[in-house]
Write a protein that binds this ligand. Structure first.
Ligand SMILES: Cc1cc2nc3c(=O)[nH]c(=O)nc-3n(C[C@H](O)[C@H](O)[C@H](O)COP(=O)(O)OP(=O)(O)OC[C@H]3O[C@@H](n4cnc5c(N)ncnc54)[C@H](O)[C@@H]3O)c2cc1C
Length: 393
């Protein structure tokens, strides 16, 4: 048995819920959201939890609480998307039919691509801020470190929350200062060839890293972890050389890719990402399919702040498509990367597809500022729960 919906939204995360709210407000009926999760999380707060500045329980709400009134919800895993037949297959062997589809399935965390990592995650001082269940282990581990190496990694793949590793390094430095503890060596192993894709902010981040005495290597990728012996193995992507280093704490940002269900569908591009027009967010081959957020091939840094700008564009264009009108709304790639440089201070990189700064505040956002920290810690979460998810901002 299958049921037909006007609009099916795959994923009840930042993109799915904010789009659903806008469609409901615009009077679109017969909307279904599908997500396998029990909870909706505000993930940008997780690095704050990892450094002891936030509690993890504050970062999530029951999924049913964020589903807008006027939309239906099914808690199931999506196992296949068949855009030609307009069929969605679910884990319980049922299927759905749709007239219009919105894909907002987020990004897949590929912990298993690093040898030995899954067995030791959450043990032996091996941490990640990318999973709700482990994020408090980061802070527990931090409190135990007395000396040696604290290594923070960033993989070569696109990631969500692009500056989360740097955020953690800066707040770890503050943690040791504040607690008057001898500071271990803080080390960033970044598989990219630059610290940041926008020159103005790259210079500033480099300056903070140097001021704080943090050492970093570019194009050094984590490839294996030996938890019991606390050794991490890296590959120098320039020379191909592999080497191991001891750690007293290892904070891993895992490699990431498009969700398997997207990769396996005909909606994906050659790299597995959902293939959308970068301005209209309409699928390049299927006019009744739209997508936003981390699962897409939009050439911008994958952030909730980018989703905030994409949702109104998608909703307007989807409604235009339903009404048989021209798609006029355009997304210009705008994304925002806030970085807490210390407790109480932050910078806020803001830019579009052209990788040029496009700052929305009347201050230099590359300079550390208490206002930007308060915005990151209090203002943006409030805007998220009360504005963006409700289709208001
Ligand atoms: C540690 C960390 C720090 C971050 N820092 C920031 C920051 O400072 N600023 C910022 O703007 N952004 C930040 N982000 C990124 C931000 O959270 C994401 O970019 C944003 O949530 C993307 O929205 P989305 O809708 O694409 O994906 P998500 O919000 O991840 O939603 C995807 C949804 O799809 C569901 N799903 C996935 N697969 C299936 C399936 N097969 N079947 C059913 N449901 C499925 C998931 O359960 C989830 O609810 C951070 C993220 C992390 C993890």
């Amino acid at each position: 048995m299958s049921k037909q919906y006007k609009v099916v939204i795959l994923g009840g995360g930042s993109g799915g819920i904010s789009t659903a709210s806008r469609l409901v407000k615009a009077g679109i009926k017969d909307i279904l959201i599908v997500d396998h999760a029990d909870y909706h999380a505000y993930q940008p707060a997780w690095p704050l939890v990892g450094s002891g500045a936030e509690t993890k329980e504050h970062t999530r709400k029951k999924m049913k609480k964020v589903i807008p009134k006027g939309a239906d919800f099914i808690q199931q895993k999506v196992t296949a998307i068949q855009p030609v037949e307009r069929i969605i297959r679910l884990d319980n062997n049922s299927q759905l039919n749709y007239e219009y589809l919105v894909v907002a399935l987020g990004i897949q965390l590929d912990f298993d691509k690093i040898d030995g990592l899954t067995e030791t995650l959450g043990k032996n001082q091996v941490c990640t801020n990318y999973l709700y269940d482990y994020v408090d282990y980061t802070y527990q581990s931090l409190k135990k470190v007395k000396t040696g190496n604290v290594i923070v990694t960033k993989p070569a793949t696109p990631i969500k929350g692009g500056v989360a590793p740097e955020n953690s390094l800066f707040t770890f430095d503050e943690f040791f200062k504040k607690n008057k503890k001898n500071r271990p060596d803080l080390i960033l192993k970044n598989a990219h060839d630059t610290l940041f894709p926008v020159e103005k902010y790259r210079r500033q981040i480099e300056q903070y890293i140097k001021q704080k005495g943090i050492s970093y290597d570019l194009q050094h990728d984590l490839i294996a972890v030996d938890g019991p012996n606390q050794m991490a193995t890296f590959k120098n992507l320039r020379t191909g050389e592999q080497y191991s280093m001891p750690f007293d704490m290892l904070l891993v940002t895992p490699p990431m890719s498009a969700p398997d269900v997207v990769k396996q569908s005909s909606l994906s591009d050659e790299n597995g990402w959902l293939d959308v027009d970068m301005y209209t967010l309409q699928h390049v081959r299927h006019q009744n399919v739209f997508a936003l957020g981390d699962c897409t091939n939009l050439p911008t840094v994958k952030m909730g702040a980018a989703v905030r700008k994409q949702a109104p564009v998608l909703a307007k264009n989807l409604i235009a498509q339903i009404k048989g009108k021209k798609l006029k709304a355009r997304y210009d790639g705008l994304t925002v990367c806030p970085i807490a440089t210390e407790y109480g201070q932050a910078i806020m990189a803001e830019f579009g597809y052209d990788m040029k700064p496009k700052e929305s505040m009347p201050i230099d956002q590359s300079k550390t500022n208490p206002l930007l920290y308060q915005l990151k810690k209090r203002g943006i979460p409030l805007m998220y729960w009360q504005g963006m998810l409700k289709g208001r901002s």
